[in-house]
Design a protein around this ligand. Structure first.
Ligand code: L3W
Ligand code: SF4
Length: 461
């Protein structure tokens, strides 16, 4: 009996759980609307459970982090040292900045109480009395909505001292981010929250679950991940785990942008849908007169896939044999996309058709990472700028074939040699685009450009 606003109806293949209230007719982000829909019932249920049992349920659910790395949420929670005597913090990572990703903002804008309910349950499970929502600076409206929602929840005793008479106290603070992509890297975020520049910390030893905010145990989870906790309590971990496919449980929100007829957000059971079903059935196929060329499946940091590629999935065929699949058969889950050499990342599916020149795509990505590098480590700071300069030349028609080799070599010299995953995020797209579209990129170069590199004074440019 739920209806959605005209033109915003979900696709019939969707499974709306986290996005159930997004674009819903008659819905608003107030607590009254949420309570009328059964809101905060799962918090009441959770407060009667042992915190350890909640963590067990989250482990059983198989929930994997929706922020990019897909790390199991329940397991992360158990990394808090058992003999810990320091305060524990929970941080909701709402610094949604990965190019191609636009899901957390909708939750915050349209269903903030779902997030708050999930956060309070999570705080209770991990023993955190203070939680922060680190929201990207560019979401000022979202920050206001969250502040208001927290106040509403406090008035009803869902947040604050002695939550629902349980003896459990919890405060949630909204913290506006520092307007940089690196603030979404969990240790950069923590530094920023401490009032410092968002320089990521070396992990290990500083895994936040042991040494995080103010060097205290800190759980950092993405907005969407925290919302799932409420639904795990409602269904029970085992029942929740029936959604999706083994090791890739639950639902996830895919954000599709770029060259499709119907871009948008789609909540689906993880792994139940193939690339073909997503792009043709749900997104309406390519624009008129065009053909699909390539897809970046998990935000700009993930490796590009060509639409004419074939893959071998090790041990996934009958009786443990290898299974051959085409690009179109890839199930949209963490493990399958990893097996195809890319990743599910933060769910941002960027589609490119045959009108896109790969030199332009490469340069667009390089511009972003060169701008966003925090500058702390040399391979990333210098390398991301070199990569941008070379691809600037490529789109300007001033590159030589040797430039492509240099660009590839720079990428491989960043990859694996930096403090945080930004190094890989910036180099993987370059490695994949050159590896898969080398001939096309070379066609945009010319040996003759070598001569143009020498200035009138005879100095190399
Ligand atoms: C304790 C251990 N904790 C791992 C924890 C770790 C973190 C999580 C995953 O993210 C992704 C990248 C992009 N003891 C632990 C441990 N953990 N081992 O598990 O850790 P990790 O290192 O695998 O990944 P990461 O560096 O946290 C990297 C994505 O993030 N990304 C962009 C994200 C953008 C958004 C957005 O816009 N919404 O989220 C950029 O790099 O996909 O794969 O919590 O502490 N032994
Ligand atoms: Fe900063 Fe890049 Fe080093 Fe990460 S890899 S710490 S973003 S310079």
């Amino acid at each position: 009996d739920i209806t959605y606003k005209p033109g915003k109806e979900p696709d019939p293949r969707e499974y709306r759980m986290i996005f159930k209230n997004v674009d819903r007719e008659g819905w608003d982000p107030s607590i009254d609307t949420y309570l009328n829909d059964g809101g905060y019932e799962q918090l009441k249920k959770a407060m009667d459970m042992d915190p350890k049992v909640i963590t067990e349920e989250v482990k059983k659910s198989g929930l994997r982090g929706r922020g990019g790395a897909g790390f199991p949420t329940g397991i992360k929670w158990t990394f808090i040292p058992p003999n810990n005597t320091k305060p524990v913090y929970l941080i909701c990572n709402c610094d949604e900045s990965e190019p191609g990703t636009f899901k957390d903002r909708y939750i915050v804008h349209q269903d903030p109480h779902q997030l708050i309910e999930g956060m309070v349950i999570s705080c209770y499970a991990v023993g955190a009395k203070v939680a922060y929502i680190y929201i990207r600076e560019e979401f000022p409206e979202g920050a206001k909505i969250l502040e208001k929602a927290i106040e509403e929840a406090r008035k009803k005793n869902f947040v604050g001292a002695n939550v629902l008479g349980s003896g459990f106290d919890v405060e949630i603070y909204v913290h506006r981010g520092a307007a940089a992509y690196i603030c979404g890297e969990e240790t950069g975020l923590i530094e920023s929250l401490e009032g410092k520049r968002a320089y990521p910390r070396i992990k290990p030893p500083y895994f936040p679950a042991a040494l995080g905010l103010y060097m205290c145990p800190t759980i950092v989870n993405n907005v969407e991940s925290l919302c799932h906790v409420k639904h795990i309590i409602q269904r029970g971990g085992e029942e929740y785990a029936k959604l999706g496919v083994p090791r890739n449980n639950g639902t996830r929100i895919l954000c599709v942008s770029g060259d499709v007829k119907k871009p948008g957000y789609f909540e689906v059971e993880v792994g139940k849908l193939t690339m073909r079903e997503l792009l043709y059935d749900m997104c309406g196929g390519p624009k008129d007169g065009r053909e699909f060329k390539a897809v970046i499946p998990g935000g700009s940091s993930s490796k590009i896939l060509r639409c004419d590629e074939e893959f071998t999935l090790k041990g996934q065929g009958p009786d443990g044999s290898d299974k051959k699949i085409t690009f179109w058969d890839i199930p949209m889950d963490f493990d399958s996309l990893a097996a195809c050499g890319s990743m599910a990342g933060s769910g941002g599916v960027i589609v490119l058709d045959d009108s896109r020149k790969m030199s332009w795509v490469l340069n667009n990505i390089n511009q972003f990472y060169a701008h966003e590098s925090c500058g702390q480590c040399t391979p990333c700071r210098e390398g991301s700028t070199w990569m941008r300069k070379i691809s600037d030349r490529l789109v300007a028609g001033q590159a030589t074939p040797q430039d492509i080799e240099t660009l590839e070599s720079v990428a491989y010299q960043i990859d694996g040699k930096t403090i945080c995953a930004f190094g890989e995020a910036s180099s993987w797209p370059v490695e994949a685009i050159i590896g898969k579209f080398r001939e096309e990129l070379l066609a945009d170069t010319s040996e003759a450009n070598e001569d143009a590199r020498v200035s009138p004074e005879g100095q190399a440019q």
